[in-house]
Design a binder for this molecule. Structure first.
Ligand SMILES: *Cc1c(COP(=O)(O)O)cnc(C)c1O
Length: 384
């Protein structure tokens, strides 16, 4: 789809895929909670697990428009979307190549489920396309990437991966959660299937669990056939809440992204901080690549405090910023990846991936940067 045919981003957020209230002309989409729909005079059999209730069907249009794809599907969680997408295209004897640094839940899904079904997998040693290339075999079906990746904000070259896959007749999937469609549209670079934990930026208020897929009509139709068997659909009540959340997606994420740049620069200049990982910093190894493929650098960053300042004690001393599970809410949160998202890896596996025990992942919210800075300063001071 060409950009010029699409309305502006805020217009998509607010209006695309609205369910029209024909009866009362209400300003917002009515919520259809019915699990039963008459056969009479219709050619679609509507049912929640078929992903086609009025609210689901319409919200998929907004998801697709945000990712500039033909179609979309929404799920009860990010993992429901990721697992349905992978299993839809895989069978016994197939092989998948996965980027080494990925979301912990996706890693666990692969290593604990694929063996049971005789699906082969290889993890790359880095996020470089050459690493993917060296692992391609006759039976390779999917190249799976995540960029920016969790928690070190590594950047994978979308164009290089898409080109490599196309040359070899392989499908590409990306976990686009961290960037959100506001900061990155991988389809522009030839990536086939976009996956999201809508629990994160799409939901944005830390009160919804949901997942989303955006892809061509053909790929979505194929995933749908598997998805209805796994039954990971989202309740229509939550579909409605997600639609409401998406209305502010652009203004939220833009503000969070602006804040994150400011925080990254502040942290980089702070003598108590050893290292900052943020693609918007010139010091980031792949800053130039990020500039090419991202519209904004996102609102996630990670940092290491200088030796002698305990990361856990620091987080506990914060008063405004909350050490908390999950990310991408309006409120700023931090997490120690070694103790949470990557806790199931051994220390050796973590270090292989560059995840030190003292690493702090920072999900920047919409609070004013000056208040966040003040909180960080008082926390460091309290430990000295
Ligand atoms: C949270 C997350 C997921 C999983 O999503 P759930 O909604 O928790 O199932 C997948 N990928 C990334 C990058 C995430 O942050």
């Amino acid at each position: 789809m060409k950009d010029k045919n699409l309305p502006g981003i805020n217009t998509i957020c607010v209006h695309t895929g609205e369910v029209k209230d024909e009866q009362f002309k209400g300003a917002v989409s009515p919520m259809y909670m019915s699990t039963s729909y008459a056969f009479e005079g219709v050619d679609v059999k509507r049912y929640p697990r078929y992903f086609n209730t009025p609210n689901q069907e319409m919200l998929c249009k907004k998801i697709a428009a945000l990712e500039k794809t033909e179609d979309g599907l929404i799920f009860g969680s990010g993992m429901a979307a990721i697992s349905a997408a992978m299993f839809a295209f895989l069978k016994t004897g197939d092989h998948v190549i996965i980027q080494q640094v990925i979301y912990g839940g996706t890693y666990n899904f692969i290593v604990s489920e694929f063996d049971k079904f005789g699906i082969e997998y290889s993890f790359t040693e880095s996020d470089k396309a050459a690493d993917f290339k060296s692992l391609i075999k006759e039976n390779t079906k999917i190249l799976y990437i995540e960029t920016p990746s969790n928690p070190l904000l590594g950047i994978t070259d979308l164009k290089a991966i898409a080109t490599l896959a196309k040359e070899n007749g392989i499908l590409t999937m990306i976990d686009n959660t961290f960037a959100s469609p506001i900061n990155q549209n991988p389809v522009d670079f030839g990536i086939d299937i976009m996956l999201h934990s809508a629990t994160k930026y799409m939901g944005g208020h830390s009160d919804i669990s949901a997942g989303a897929i955006a892809a061509s009509k053909e790929h979505i139709a194929h995933i749908w056939k598997t998805a209805i068997n796994f039954g990971g659909n989202l309740s229509d009540h939550t579909v409605w809440l997600l639609e409401r959340s998406l209305k502010t997606l652009n203004i939220r994420v833009k503000e969070q992204t602006r804040n994150a740049q400011e925080m990254a620069e502040y942290l980089e200049g702070n003598s108590n901080v050893d290292r900052v990982y943020y693609p918007g910093l010139k010091s980031h190894k792949q800053h130039e690549l990020a500039k090419k493929q991202m519209k904004g650098f996102g609102a996630m960053l990670s940092f290491e405090l200088k030796e002698g300042i305990d990361a856990m004690a620091f987080q506990n001393a914060l008063q405004l910023i909350k050490p908390a599970m999950s990310l991408a809410g309006l409120e700023s949160t931090t997490v120690s990846p070694a103790q949470t998202t990557h806790a199931l890896l051994t220390e050796e596996q973590r270090l292989e991936r560059g995840i030190k025990d003292g690493l702090i992942r920072f999900s920047v919210g919409i609070e004013e940067a000056k208040d966040l800075i003040e909180d960080i300063e008082q926390a460091i001071k309290s430990l000295q």
